[in-house]
Ligand binder design. Structure first.
Ligand code: NAD
Ligand code: UDP
Length: 336
């Protein structure tokens, strides 16, 4: 089965392409390269000995999407393409609504006109806002605290409404917790442009000397050591979660939602310590004020995915920091 992977040269999309290929699907990659490198394609080929078909295109380009759907006889879409920087989204909300929301509407309209009924969407645990209880299950109310988060809430709602219009429509929203790590080969990983917003890439860049120290945003939270607690999930497990969700439900219909997390929370200090051990380097850090909008703790109840999909995260925090270090030390400047 040929499937389209929008955002397929990005961090999560590229790893998922490998998992899809392993599972017997043929992913066709569609990306406008606004936040990824064309060199990802060479890395994917090195790892898999497979040449992935690639279309440089934007999800807003209905004509190009339609031509791609028809050329490759696409049967389902894995939709990763999105802008994802929370801070930037508060400065340029309209770009975020246009790219993430309007772009998804164009994608769905084009799918519909081509008779494609199945979409797997990259949502986020950000839709839970400041958790009312922990661990967070899929029934937890959803909300947002910034435009990026609202784009995820809005697209989830659009998918619910879209599924109501045709009994053949299938939409699976996967709510990721904190994706980290890299492919175990060290050939593929995350390389954010500019100064990383997220903790793991910041630590990794500190370890290779690109950053002087890690600022820990807050040490007075009501957590085990005062620093923020998150549910970090290895990118390989996250990719496997997509395959599990699709292979379980590919003949079903309706709108579905799953948390993809480990169910375990680690503090910022625990992550820094784990990384220091993986890299055998002391990671310098300083305590800094809390970051605006941050929450104390966040971790998943991932039991629905276990029950329905037979999926659980396999890799522990050591694998996450080992693989991040392997990638970062091999490619300190990413693929560029
Ligand atoms: P990424 O930026 O590495 O990948 C996104 C890809 O989409 C990039 O290759 C970019 O070039 C492409 N893209 C963006 N807009 C596009 C458009 N209009 N048309 C075509 N391509 C476009 O990000 P990622 O970390 O791999 O995230 C993938 C998805 O998962 C996103 O939807 C993101 O919001 C979601 N998500 C990410 C995280 C995380 O921490 N990384 C957490 C939760 C959810
Ligand atoms: N964090 C930090 N320093 C950084 C980046 C992040 O202390 O340079 C903390 C942040 O406050 C949170 C955790 O690390 O407690 C994870 O942050 P990240 O931005 O990676 O993910 P998110 O906030 O989206 O869960």
């Amino acid at each position: 089965m040929n499937v389209l992977v929008t955002g397929g040269t990005g961090y999560i999309g590229s790893h998922t392409c490998l998992a899809l290929l392993d599972a017997g699907y043929t992913p066709v990659i569609y990306d406008n390269l606004s936040n990824s490198s064309i060199k990802v394609l060479d890395q994917l080929s090195k790892i898999s000995s497979h040449t992935f078909d690639f279309i440089e295109g934007d999800i807003a380009d209905s004509k190009k999407l339609k031509a791609t759907f028809e050329q490759y006889n696409i049967e389902a879409v894995f939709h990763f393409a999105s802008l994802k920087a929370v801070g930037e989204s508060t400065e340029q909300p309209l770009s975020y609504y246009r790219n993430n929301v309007a772009g998804t509407v164009t994608l769905l309209e084009t799918m519909q006109s081509c008779g494609i009924n199945k979409i797997i969407f990259s949502s986020s645990a950000t839709v839970y806002g400041d958790p009312q209880y922990l661990p967070i299950d899929e029934q937890h109310p959803i909300t947002a605290t910034n435009p990026y988060g609202w784009t995820k809430v809005m697209v989830e709602q659009i998918l619910v409404d879209w599924c109501k219009t045709d009994y053949q429509h299938l939409a699976i929203a996967l709510r990721y917790f904190n994706p980290v790590g890299a492919h175990p080969s060290g050939l593929l990983g995350e390389s954010p442009n500019g100064i990383p917003n997220n903790l793991m890439p910041f630590i990794a860049q500190t370890a290779v000397g690109k950053r002087e120290f890690v600022s820990i945003f807050g040490n007075d939270y009501n957590t085990k050591d005062g620093t923020g607690v998150r549910d970090y999930i290895h990118i390989t497990d996250l990719a496997a979660g997509h395959v599990a969700a699709f292979s379980t439900h590919q003949n079903d219909s309706g709108s579905l939602v799953y948390n993809l997390g480990t169910g375990k929370g680690y503090s910022v200090l625990e992550i820094i310590n784990a990384f220091s051990e993986s890299a055998n380097i002391e990671i310098k850090y300083k305590f800094a004020p809390r970051r605006a909008g941050d929450i104390a703790s966040n971790f998943a109840d991932a039991s629905l995915a276990k029950k329905n999909l037979g999926w659980t995260a396999q890799l522990n925090i050591e694998a996450m920091t080992d693989d991040t270090w392997h990638w970062q030390s091999k490619y300190p400047n990413g693929l560029e």
